[in-house]
Design a protein around this ligand. Sequence first.
Ligand code: TRP
Ligand code: SF4
Length: 401
Amino acid sequence: MEPHRRVVSGMRPTGSIHLGHYHGVLKNWIRMQHEYECYFFIADWHALTTDYEDNSDIRESSRRMLIDWLAAGVNPGSATLFVQSQIPELAELHLLLSMITPTAWLERVPGYKEMQDKLHDRSQGTYGFLGYPLLQGADIMAFRAGVVPVGADQAPHVEMAREVARRFNYLYGRDDGFEAQAEAAIRKLGKKNGALYRQLLDAHQTHGDDEALQTARALVKEQGRLTLAEKERLLGYLEGLGKTILAEPSSILTDTARMPGVDGEKMSNSGNNIIRLREEPEDVEKKVRTMQTDPARIRLSDPGEPERCPVWELHLLYSDEEAQQQVQNQCRNAGWGCLECKQPVAEAIIAEQAPIRERAAQYEENPELLQRILTEGAEQARDEVRATLKEVRAAMGLAGI
Ligand code: TRP
Ligand code: SF4
């Protein structure tokens, strides 16, 4: 699998999965799981970087989060799902990368200073908190992921991971053993394919034959028996490059639509304004009914302005064009009350959630299945991370262990 076809993303198990996660992240994951090789994980270590004092919720949040993912349509047959702390190799990679990461890079990650100032009462002066963008970088680089779907706030972390990968490759990617390792990988191709590879390599390097390069690339990519690391080495060898030990990731931004909370601010657990993915229908009704509207619309006879109303943002997500037109007219002409305007939104949310709640109930009753999904996911994930770590250890001179 090429790096740019591979996706990694994690979510912290704190609080509840809500409509903001669903529209902003999960629907995107569900789409991507068919197009990419996806690794999605429960970032429980990340939760500890901020919530280490109040850790009582991590286990239960993780369980509920997995159910939410599955019920929303994340498919363990398409994507690999796992818990971060079940892959201790990720911590080793984090440690090794910490050796080459300047602290200044971490200190200048946007939000670090602000977060420290804002949360000084929650003692964010820890080593773990400073290092958490690098921990995220290790999560990404461990899988050689080329693509990381993140919100705008997380994009600088991915950018830093790029810089760390580049620095690592610069420091360790041009070792003397490269040729010998490439030879070993060629032998793993088998007799016939190995000979073909050498022939194509020669055609490309001595005669500049581009077609041979393409053919050789295709040959390497279709080898099921090679690890990703071995494939990368052979691809680099073709072009006379040193090896890319760690792939450089790029972020793709996913937070397009802003999901308003019931108070009109951005929906978030800390804002206490969420509608949960599996909210009881009565509570959806209640929350939408009491939702903030255009503050200028006090009486029924006051005309309103949808652009100033968070309920309108929900109509943009949940109503068709005709219904949206009706909202605009009725609101601006004071043709209806806000409750009437909200009703179809509440109904649409409840209808959207009904099948999700149903599927979730089945998972709630089957803890063994959840366990199995995570065990299998961890095994698959660990294989990938181990292959990367083997390379990293060797590149850093730890190969003798
Ligand atoms: N740090 C992310 C957050 O707080 C979660 C996360 C951890 C993540 N590792 C990741 C996201 C790797 C993308 C890729 O939301
Ligand atoms: Fe908002 Fe609808 Fe009320 Fe207008 S009528 S203020 S769009 S809830």
